[in-house]
Design a protein around this ligand. Structure first.
Ligand code: PHE
Length: 620
């Protein structure tokens, strides 16, 4: 049985009775078919109506309406029960529908206005509110500069207050009337034509206003070409938001949709059903959504001012009931949530905290240990004159000892003037006088003469210089960039004993109280005598034997860490210090090497320290 579409003959029906013809119950959605309906089934560019279908034992909240082979299906959520042959009351959301009517009629007015201006042009397709879009597509070009004229014509048609009439017809009648058909007519629907005033009729199945004077202000917004059709976009504004000419306004007021009690009931039922669904699904934050200051209940309650005085009291009572129902429904959530309540006594997840790089940690520890015995941390350039890195350290140009430092040279012009090296007065070749080559510092010993200069060649000097160094070598125990720390002490009467005492102090504080230092004869150009420094192994306590076997960590009882010695007289001279009055000692070791020998670390490849491997670095 076809559904009778009451809205085709009266688009102002807000409420009507009907009989249930058929019901389909799916999991959540119920589909109801009726003998007749006021619900507009989506089509012709107009969106479907929403509202409620209320029977004596149940209510369907209608969320969509569409055609199904001549029958109209009302889809929605059912609370209670509905049965075939039940007599039901249909109520549509009138505010929404009236807006749809405004948009639809506006489309026809726009179509008519264009036809009045450009002969032979007609609208081929249109959308009036579906997905927020409103446009008519015309078969011929409309230029943007014609839009103001079209706008003016629309205003004329509205101001003229033309009656809009409709008439049910058959296919044959339409043909006989010679009505222009820009599109194929549907075969399975009742046919209707509409006309604005005395303008030619055209097929239309939508819901239309009664008079063009009722139109809210229409504005033509833009025109765009799309696949050889010209799409004119338009919009309408509720006259309460915009001032409109007095005459139009007056006519509109007669039909302005104030909210009726019935409409309030529609919204109330929808709200109650939404709460129930949300509670069933266990959605979060329901109190705010429904009962919060800007919650859905307050939004609904605000409409009471739009309800006529006669119905206001009942509306108030209805709102009270709605609030009580929402509160009751939300109470259920609270009990539900209590079962899965959050355990406030559970320990939280600790935020991830990073730490300093192990090499930085080592440098800070080394600094602390030397500061305890009166050393001061200094810093000198990483890119320096050959003079400070080699020549002032008693290594004249081309001296073979330089080969031990696998040097990176910096590509800048060498401005050296040819001044002969004189070991009695090395300062003659100072870079401020002769220029020189520039290198990446191969060791922290470049700080020695720089410190003497900084101190105006006046001891005492007691520094700890920690800096990056660079050498052209890379393997398990060497990286091209590494760090050294260098000690330098210059004063009167400084002896090897001071050096030895300083080394022991460091060994005990850095490695452990039982660790001792040892010095062995060696050769450096810038110290005389020179030594290599070893520390006793903390695993085998310097014996080289663990449980009767050779210590695997040191193999000999000792670890070699670096060089040291008494500052060579030529170096003191290069720094302007008289070697007959002052003596000094110096030592210099790699930070990485010194650090990896610490008890418990056991890092056999120092390249790992610079691998940016967080898993590795996080251990320190
Ligand atoms: N500069 C030397 C090196 O890099 C170490 C050293 C420093 C030796 C101070 C003696 C005195 O190997």
């Amino acid at each position: 049985m076809k559904t009778k579409q009451l809205y085709l003959s009266d688009s102002y029906l807000k409420q009507a009775d009907a009989k249930v013809a058929e019901i389909e119950q799916n999991e959540k959605i119920t589909v109801v078919y009726l003998d007749q309906t006021i619900f507009y089934a989506q089509g012709g560019g107009q969106p479907a109506d929403i509202g409620i279908i209320a029977g004596k034992n149940g209510t369907l909240t209608v969320s969509h309406v569409s055609y199904n082979n001549g029958k109209i299906q009302h889809k929605g959520m059912l609370s209670g029960t509905l049965e075939e042959n039940d007599v039901v009351t249909l109520t549509i959301d009138w505010k929404k529908r009236y807006e749809n009517m405004q948009l639809h009629t506006a489309g026809h007015v726009l179509d008519q206005a264009v036809k009045n201006i450009i002969p032979n042009v007609y609208g081929v397709d249109g959308t009036h509110g579906i997905q927020g879009k409103n446009y008519i597509e015309f078969n011929e070009e409309i230029k943007p500069d014609q839009l103001p004229q079209i706008q003016k014509e629309i205003e004329n048609i509205c101001a003229a207050g033309e009656d809009i009439t409709t008439q049910m017809v058959t296919h044959a009648e339409i043909k006989a009337m010679g009505i222009h058909l820009p599109f194929d007519l549907p075969k399975n629907k009742d046919l209707r034509i509409m006309s604005i005033g005395s303008y030619p009729a055209m097929p239309d199945g939508g819901t239309q206003l009664k008079n063009t004077g009722e139109c809210w202000p229409i504005s033509v917004d833009s025109v765009q070409e799309k696949k050889n059709l010209w799409r004119v976009q338009y919009s309408v504004k509720h006259p309460q938001h915009k001032k409109s000419p007095e005459s139009i306004k007056k006519k509109k007021e007669e039909h302005l949709p104030l909210v009726s009690l019935e409409e309030l009931k529609v919204h109330a039922t929808r709200l109650e059903q939404e709460v129930k669904a949300d509670v069933d699904e266990g959605s979060p934050d329901l109190h705010t959504k429904y009962l919060g200051k800007n919650g859905l209940f307050n939004q609904l309650a605000k409409t009471i001012k739009d309800i006529g005085p006669a119905e206001r009291k009942q509306a108030g009572m209805l709102l009270n009931q709605v609030k009580a129902k929402i509160t009751a429904a939300l109470k259920q959530t609270t009990t539900k949530q209590q079962h899965s309540a959050i355990d406030l006594t559970m320990p939280g997840t600790a935020p991830h905290v990073g730490h300093l790089h192990p090499v930085t940690q080592a440098m800070r520890e080394i600094t602390d240990i030397f500061e305890q015995i009166g050393f001061t941390r200094v810093r000198y350039p990483e890119v320096d004159w050959d003079w400070y890195v080699f020549e002032s350290l008693n290594m004249p140009p081309h001296h073979p000892a330089r080969d031990e430092w696998e040097t990176f040279f910096v590509d800048v012009p060498d401005t050296t003037k040819d001044v002969a090296y004189d070991s009695n007065n090395p300062r003659k070749r100072h870079p401020s006088l002769v220029g020189g080559k520039v290198v990446l510092t191969t060791h922290t010993s470049n700080g020695q003469v720089r410190e003497m200069e900084r101190m105006d060649s006046t001891p005492p000097i007691r520094f700890i210089n920690i800096a990056r160094c660079y050498r052209r070598q890379q393997d398990a125990t060497h990286t091209q960039m590494f760090h050294q720390f260098e000690g330098l002490v210059i004063d009167k009467h400084i002896t090897i004993q001071h050096l030895k005492g300083t080394l022991d102090h460091f060994a005990q504080h850095f490695y452990g109280p039982t660790v001792k230092s040892r010095i062995r004869p060696f050769h450096f150009q810038f110290t005389e005598p020179s030594f290599e420094v070893d520390f006793s192994c903390h695993i085998c306590d310097g014996t080289g034997v663990v449980n009767g076997e050779k210590c695997k960590f040191c193999k000999s009882g000792w670890h070699e860490v670096g060089g040291a010695g008494m500052v060579h007289p030529n170096v003191l001279k290069a720094g302007g210090i008289d070697p007959d009055i002052y003596t000094g000692f110096a030592f210099g070791w790699g930070v990485e090497r010194t650090y990896t020998l610490k008890p418990g670390l056991n890092i056999d490849d120092i390249r790992l320290l610079y691998s940016s491997n967080i898993q590795f670095l996080e251990q320190f």
